[in-house]
Write a protein that binds this ligand. Structure first.
Ligand SMILES: Nc1ncnc2c1ncn2[C@@H]1O[C@H](COP(=O)(O)OP(=O)(O)O)[C@@H](O)[C@H]1O
Ligand SMILES: [Mg+2]
Length: 305
């Protein structure tokens, strides 16, 4: 048994409202649940409404290992919702706003967690409002120097801009993006988009531009991922699985990568762990599937930490 680390996922908590039912999600919550399943003390820092959907979210999270006790409750705003409609087979997402998670407050309770955190993960969506952006950035800045500050961009149109990306990268020590997000990130920052070997070059450019960054992870869906630090790089071809749905695959990748990063593993191990758990998540429905102990042991076998 490895020692539990304190890991925070801060940002949107929302319900995906699909034709066939509702799914609780939001990258920070998905990330925190996975980090907790791997044996860490992982807390979800978000804000819900005093409404039926908020109550349902708490009920759903209750039996899961992530710590939802620090969630804030907004007296006036509604719990977050995303409506997913299918138009000629293509999903169209409406991320409702404002939502309770647009009003996250910097409380003493949250600061007390931040100053002890081993890792904190944040994205761009929850920074769409001035209040939550301020809270997220202040909280990340309050974490100790040893904390892994993970910016998982998760671009969700139309809720991102160059300013938020730049401010977040100035705070981050680890960046995670997928291969579709990489050129958008460069474009939003006004950096040149390389023509060949572009994912590597893009990652190198970002390491050069942002001095606090120590590692860039670019994921490529079924094609695996690329990890780069200032000294080394490692490429993983991905692990074939029968896909149920890919919701939460990136969040599982990030959670596993950070779990092993906090235990001092090398790049090859981080990449292997990220892909094993990303692939496992893609093979399951939803982003918070159950994880039997035997499956955990099987997937984690041979990884250090
Ligand atoms: N179809 C798939 N088959 C196997 N693994 C997958 C698949 N989709 C995603 N993954 C795993 O999840 C990781 C993250 O997925 P990706 O789609 O790149 O990120 P995001 O979910 O952030 O868009 C990949 O690097 C891979 O390990
Ligand atoms: Mg993602």
């Amino acid at each position: 048994m490895t020692q539990a680390k304190l890991i925070l996922g801060i940002g949107e908590l929302l319900w995906d409202v699909l034709p066939e039912g509702m799914l609780l999600g939001g990258a920070p919550a998905n990330f925190a649940v996975m980090a907790a399943r791997l044996g860490n003390h992982a807390a979800i820092l978000s804000r819900i409404g005093r409404d039926e959907l908020g109550k349902k979210a708490v009920e759903l999270l209750e039996p899961l290992p992530a710590d939802a006790r620090f969630m804030q409750v907004d007296p006036a705003q509604e719990t977050g919702r995303v409506t997913v409609k299918f138009e000629s087979g293509q999903p169209a997402y409406t991320i409702h706003h404002p939502a309770a998670w647009d009003f996250m407050e910097l409380t003493d309770e949250w600061v007390q967690l931040a100053v002890r955190a081993d890792a904190i993960c944040f994205g761009s969506l929850a920074q769409r409002s001035r209040e939550s952006r301020q809270t997220i950035q202040t909280l990340v800045a309050r974490t100790p120097a040893s904390c892994a500050r993970v910016f998982d961009v998760n671009l969700r149109a139309p809720f991102f801009c160059g300013e938020v990306i730049r401010e977040s990268l100035e705070l981050a020590t680890v960046l995670k993006m997928n291969d579709a997000e990489a050129p958008r990130v460069l474009e939003l920052l006004g950096l040149p988009i390389p023509t060949s070997g572009w994912l590597r070059v893009a990652a190198k450019q970002l390491l050069k531009e942002f001095t606090s960054l120590r590692m860039v992870a670019v994921t490529r869906g079924a094609q695996g991922s690329l990890l780069l630090t200032r000294e080394e790089e490692h490429e993983h071809p991905g692990i074939p699985v029968e896909v149920a749905d890919t919701i939460g695959a990136g969040d599982a990748f990030t959670a596993a990568m950070i779990h092993y990063l906090l235990r001092g593993a090398d790049l090859a191990t981080l990449n292997e762990a990220g892909n094993r758990w990303g692939a496992w998540m893609a093979s399951r429905s939803g982003a918070m599937p159950a994880l039997p102990q035997a499956v955990l042991a099987e997937i984690a076998a041979g990884l250090e930490g």
